[in-house]
Write a protein that binds this ligand. Structure first.
Ligand SMILES: NC(=O)c1ccc[n+]([C@@H]2O[C@H](COP(=O)([O-])OP(=O)(O)OC[C@H]3O[C@@H](n4cnc5c(N)ncnc54)[C@H](O)[C@@H]3O)[C@@H](O)[C@H]2O)c1
Length: 506
């Protein structure tokens, strides 16, 4: 029988938020779970909590009463982390401190039998660094669960530099036995999910830093245009800047200052000011009794009769159906409001290259016209024409967000950053394309995996957005990854590995 099928007893050390979730999952899957913590009261609280969770699941019909009772019986309180044991696996979920984790494993190595496998649930420390505390570092592996453990199905399995070769696959199998979804990640800063998640967060902060749009505008665009459950500023408020900012700094410095992962001085200042987010009632939003306070959106001006010309037939169709007068000629008349819909370039750049009358030109992001329009206004726009454009778009019944014009507008550049970050991950072979997409969908709740999403939008379009941003700003954070460039140019799928020298040896 394989190791994962033979595992019978697991010791969970550190019975806080994560440890109790891991204990619940393991006991529900039929494993005997020894719970230990430096604070004995934390163990009894965890056992009570997990027992209540089983009762709740039984009352909802998700487990039978007998199964709940049996799962509860599999929980064993132990006196301390170093109480002798014959367990097959230790999962450590103590506080996030390298020295604490090293000391814990060094002690465990003295009391556990040689067959015991060690796993760490660290979210930001290097598995390899933790393993240096062991005389035999080959027995330690990263097993990164997400909060709340029973609901978040994804688990990253992370071998360190000296982890035994058989262990990652064995842990993958064990995670499957627990009913969760494993992915293999490398022992690199942020592992897979937290690295991939920097694409959205850092770009949203870049947009805010450029004063292109307010946090609530960016969040609305993310929900309505990109289909995210939560915008980046809502997400930072939920996670707390005390977690998000240091995590971003540590991933960035872990990659020796790679500009695509650059943290923002905005979150540094807000963190220092104590504007942590939901938990303190003040973040990018205010919270009253835990409920987010969102200002109503500004009212669009009343509809008018100026005709609209656009380079986008789909947009003209939507406007016409709403009763807006439209022009369908090759060029706009002298009175028309002009709506350009570029991928990548700003509206102003697009207007200049098409020789359109700048003062009457606004941009509309063509990415998704279903629910919300993003209207961009450049410095040479005549405000009268911009108001007419706003009124025309609002006449369709869709919401309209008015932002400053810029390359990639808002949704396109956020999406390009999400896709490019994951393309870098794929390019460096930090995870397989399938695992990248699976991990991001499950852990970050994006509607599609980032590589699949880039493929859906079109690799060339994503590349155009990044190149336009790179040329407009000169900022190396927008350099496209080779994975994206090659696939866009060779007409290959972003989700495939393509041929490598290794394929010649197969
Ligand atoms: N909270 C999350 O969202 C999350 C997600 C993924 C990973 N993690 C990681 O999981 C680990 C635990 O995080 P948490 O949020 O559950 O923390 P927590 O503060 O809720 O729980 C930590 C527990 O560890 C105990 N502890 C501290 N030092 C100990 C020691 N030397 N020996 C035994 N017990 C000790 C504490 O008493 C406490 O009960 C950390 O490494 C964290 O980075 C957390």
């Amino acid at each position: 029988m394989q190791w994962a099928q033979r595992v019978n007893t697991v010791r969970v050390i550190g019975t806080g938020v994560m440890g109790r979730g891991i204990a619940q999952l393991a006991a529900a899957a039929g494993l005997t779970v020894e719970l230990a913590d430096a604070r004995p009261e934390a163990v009894s609280a965890a056992v009570d909590h997990v027992g209540q969770m089983f009762d709740k699941l039984a009352s909802k019909g998700r487990m039978t009463t007998e199964e709940a009772a049996a799962a509860r019986d599999r929980l064993r309180l132990v006196d301390g982390p170093h109480t002798p044991t014959e367990c097959d696996l230790v999962i450590e979920a103590v506080r996030e401190d390298l020295q604490t984790k090293r000391e814990l494993f060094a002690e465990l190595e003295k009391i556990c039998p040689p067959h015991t496998v060690f796993a760490t649930n660290t979210s930001s420390l290097a598995v390899t660094s933790i393993a240096t505390a062991l005389a035999d570092p080959s027995r330690l592996v990263g097993l990164h669960f997400f909060n709340p453990v029973p609901l978040m199905r994804l688990v990253e399995v992370i071998p360190g530099a000296r982890t035994a070769e058989w262990l990652p696959d064995a842990l993958v199998e064990l995670v499957q036995r627990l009913g969760h979804q494993p992915v293999l990640a490398t022992d690199t800063p942020g592992f897979l999910v937290n690295h991939a998640g920097r694409g959205l967060i850092t770009e949203a902060l870049q947009i805010l830093g450029e004063d292109l749009a307010a946090p609530a505008d960016v969040d609305r665009i993310c929900r309505d245009v990109l289909g995210l459950r939560m915008g980046p500023f809502e997400l930072m408020d939920l996670t707390g800047l005390d977690v998000t900012h240091p995590a971003t700094e540590s991933i960035w410095s872990g990659y020796y200052g790679d500009p695509r992962l650059r943290p923002s001085p905005i979150t540094r200042a807000r963190l220092e000011a104590g504007l942590l987010g939901r938990k303190v009632g003040e973040g990018f939003y205010a919270y009253v009794d835990g409920v987010k306070q969102e200002q109503p959106e500004p009212q669009a001006p009343p509809a008018e009769t100026r005709p609209v010309w656009s380079d986008n037939p789909e947009l003209l169709g939507v406007l016409e159906a709403a009763g807006v007068p439209v022009e369908r000629g090759d060029e706009p008349s002298n009175v028309a409001v002009v709506l350009v819909t570029p991928y990548g370039h700003s509206a102003a750049t697009a207007a200049l290259s098409a020789d359109l009358p700048l003062s009457r030109v606004c941009g509309v992001d063509p990415l998704n016209l279903e629910k919300r329009f993003t209207l961009t206004v450049h410095p040479a726009t005549d405000p009268e024409f911009a108001r007419s454009a706003w009124a025309a778009l609002a006449a369709t019944g869709r919401a309209v967000t008015v932002v400053r014009d810029g390359a990639g507008m808002i949704a396109q550049r956020l999406l390009a950053s999400i896709v490019n970050t994951s393309c870098f991950i794929a390019e460096q072979r930090l995870a397989t394309p399938t695992d990248i997409d699976t991990a991001v969908r499950l852990a970050l709740g994006y509607p599609r995996g980032p590589l699949e999403w880039g493929q859906h939008i079109g690799p060339r379009r994503v590349l155009n957005v990044l190149r336009a941003l790179h040329s407009a700003t000169g900022d190396p954070r927008y350099r496209p990854s080779r994975w994206l460039v090659e696939r866009a140019e060779l007409g290959l799928e972003l989700t495939g590995t393509g041929t490598t020298p290794k394929d010649l040896l197969a």
